[in-house]
Design a protein around this ligand. Structure first.
Ligand SMILES: Cc1cc2nc3c(=O)[nH]c(=O)nc-3n(C[C@H](O)[C@H](O)[C@H](O)COP(=O)(O)O)c2cc1C
Length: 223
């Protein structure tokens, strides 16, 4: 990156880090996101604490009444096209995205006083991309995905465990559990990206970029 940012680990006190400014986005949202994700992954607090699940992001969608819903998902792929997560294509979030293919995601890296936020259109990833990721998952997670009709009601935990036993038997002769037809990835393609860095006296740094035709407009917001 032009500013040479991200080559050094976050100092023990994140507030001592240089001020975030527009130049940090000179190479686009993706470079800065990658640097911050790596910082979040590698950060060890003076007391030894770490950020649990640094790739966890809070995904916001809206239902058919316009009522917002948020939940955590894991970011399992990122490049300059967007951020990828995997889920059940018949879940509530998937129904929301069918109706309204736009979403937001927020990475709340509170321990290092940072946040990254993205909004944009969402599309399903290709079946090939889903399959490639699926086959990296532990068998237990694959079977769990088959067993769970995510977001539907179930009367007892025992029914879920029985469903897992049934799919375990169903696939016991197969070396590879197939991808469920109701499961796969989505890519959120940011048209807005905002990076937030905590500072003293609540004079936090917020730098946002917004897609503007084929380019991006980068600007500072008041905290
Ligand atoms: C740390 C964490 C990571 C999660 N990762 C995922 C994920 O990658 N995909 C997913 O479908 N659900 C994930 N969940 C569960 C979701 O938050 C949510 O409960 C589920 O997807 C159903 O959401 P929905 O009913 O709004 O569709 C995760 C939950 C937590 C707490």
């Amino acid at each position: 990156m032009r500013v040479g940012y991200g080559k050094k680990p976050v100092p023990p006190r994140p507030s001592e880090h240089p001020h975030l400014d527009e130049s940090w986005l000179a190479d686009g949202w993706f470079s800065l996101f990658l640097n911050w994700l790596r910082d979040a992954t590698e950060y060890v607090a003076p007391g030894g604490g770490r950020i649990a699940e640094p790739n966890a992001m809070v995904l916001g969608t809206v239902d058919d009444r316009g009522l917002p819903a948020t939940r955590t998902v894991l970011c399992k792929g990122a490049d300059d096209r967007g951020l990828v997560f995997y889920t059940n294509y018949e879940s509530d979030k998937a129904h929301h995205l069918d109706m309204h293919p736009y979403a937001s995601v927020t990475f709340p890296w509170v321990l290092i006083e940072r946040q990254a936020h993205f909004r944009g259109q969402v599309e399903k990833v290709s079946e090939e991309e889903t399959a490639e990721y699926w086959h990296t998952r532990p068998r237990g997670s694959q079977l769990g995905a088959w067993a769970s009709h995510q977001s539907r009601r179930i009367s007892a935990r025992g029914d879920l465990e029985a469903a897992l036993e049934a799919v375990t038997r169903q696939f016991c002769d197969l070396d590879y559990v197939p991808v469920p037809p109701f499961w796969g990835g989505y890519r959120l393609k940011p048209s807005v990206a905002e990076f937030w860095q905590g500072r003293e006296n609540r004079l936090h740094n917020r730098i946002r970029c917004e897609k503007n035709g084929s380019g991006w407009e980068v600007f500072r917001l008041q905290p």
